[in-house]
Design a protein around this ligand. Structure first.
Ligand code: ATP
Ligand code: SF4
Ligand code: MG
Length: 334
């Protein structure tokens, strides 16, 4: 498919100088039109930072210290999101790329009705739409996410957590963005509800044609709903592959650890597996491969040289990239 978002050599830090936390390092990722890209990695590996960075919603002291985020608008010229002015950025958010945050269900404004909050987002971006048309769109969005439009006149506290989360997803879709980022969109919900909401989103994606970056700790949902999966460790992508390929045959030892003993696809819910040892100190990364202190397969080059992300020199490639000395890159990425 055509690329919709190309992340090139993205670096994100919290703070400056010696004390800087290097939360995202040289990330290269391409999101294609209509695809669901799953992002996984231990807590602190930089998933949310990557999502906030590419939408330029980083909280201080977060700074983008390098790279590009090339957005391809449908039928228009590609441009670098990192070069947009504040005004352009406000237009870009929601309309081109919408993000549903970790814990988004608590970000609705408690003093405004659902109807007001939905129509305000629409109004801000499409000021020429009549009030009636805005209300109709808001009702349609609620229906899309499985909420009865009678709920329009409710206040957030009158809705369950699951409904509030659905409202946030409806809001994210209201302007028909090209890219929807879901950061742990459904953790507060029960399992059945999670799968149902994600199923709906995927169905909508097929109908509306947007792309999704999907961040989760839930391995079953990740594999079930992603077309491709990228695995992060210490701020870097260490492996990326079609979802099927990755769960059947992870190549990077960290991916192998995370995926653990993989359950049946539609079996009980599974979290990503824990791996012995702790995540790296992002202020002072280990030399070479940053996973080497924890890697059961580390060997001579690992502590000394950083393995680059690239297509492995192996016939099992199939659209996969990996950063590991066990599988030296033939064609580097970036
Ligand atoms: P989780 O799975 O827990 O959501 P994550 O992969 O989304 O984790 P991030 O939230 O992106 O990880 O955090 C990446 C790193 O950046 C972590 O080490 C975190 O401690 C650090 N970090 C995040 N926010 C800040 C901040 N505001 N100031 C300083 N460091 C931060
Ligand atoms: Fe392990 Fe070495 Fe591969 Fe890093 S490069 S994951 S330490 S084998
Ligand atoms: Mg996060």
């Amino acid at each position: 498919g055509q690329p919709v978002l190309e992340i090139r050599n993205l670096d994100v830090d919290y703070g400056l100088g010696d004390q800087a936390v290097h939360a995202v390092r040289e990330v290269n990722l391409t999101l294609h039109r209509g695809e669901v890209l799953g992002l996984a990695g231990e807590s602190g590996s930089g998933k949310s930072t990557l999502a906030y960075g590419l939408t330029r919603l980083l909280p201080p002291p977060g700074v983008i210290s390098g790279g590009e985020v090339i957005y391809h608008p449908p039928g228009g010229e590609p441009y670098d999101v990192l070069g947009l002015s504040d005004r352009e950025l406000r237009a870009f958010r929601w309309a081109e790329t919408a993000i549903v945050f970790q814990g988004a269900m608590n970000s609705l404004n408690p003093v405004h009705k659902i109807s007001t909050q939905l129509t305000d987002v629409i109004k801000a971006h499409q000021p020429n739409l009549s009030a009636a048309a805005r209300t109709a769109r808001a009702r349609e969005m609620l229906r899309l996410v499985g909420i009865s439009p009678d709920r329009m006149e409710s206040y957030p506290h009158q809705l369950s957590g699951g409904m509030r989360q659905r409202v946030m997803i409806g809001m994210a879709l209201a302007l028909e963005p090209q890219v929807v980022i879901m950061d742990e969109p459904t953790t507060a919900l029960d399992v059945v509800m999670q799968r149902q909401i994600l199923g709906q989103l995927i169905e909508l994606r097929e109908r509306l044609g947007f792309s999704v970056i999907f961040i989760t700790h839930d391995l079953s949902l990740l594999v079930e709903f992603s077309d491709r999966i990228a695995i992060m460790y210490g701020g870097r992508i260490v492996e990326e592959a079609p979802a099927e390929t990755l769960y059947r045959d992870p190549m990077h030892p960290y991916s192998q650890g995370l995926l653990g003993s993989f359950p049946a696809l539609r079996g009980p819910r599974r979290e990503l597996a824990g791996i012995p040892g702790s995540p790296p100190d992002l202020r002072a990364m280990p030399t070479g491969c940053s996973f080497h202190p924890r890697c059961p397969k580390a060997f001579e080059p690992c502590p000394a040289r950083l393995p680059i992300l690239g297509q492995p020199d192996a016939p099992t490639g199939g659209g996969r990239t990996v950063a590991c000395w066990l599988h030296p890159a033939r064609v580097p990425v970036g």
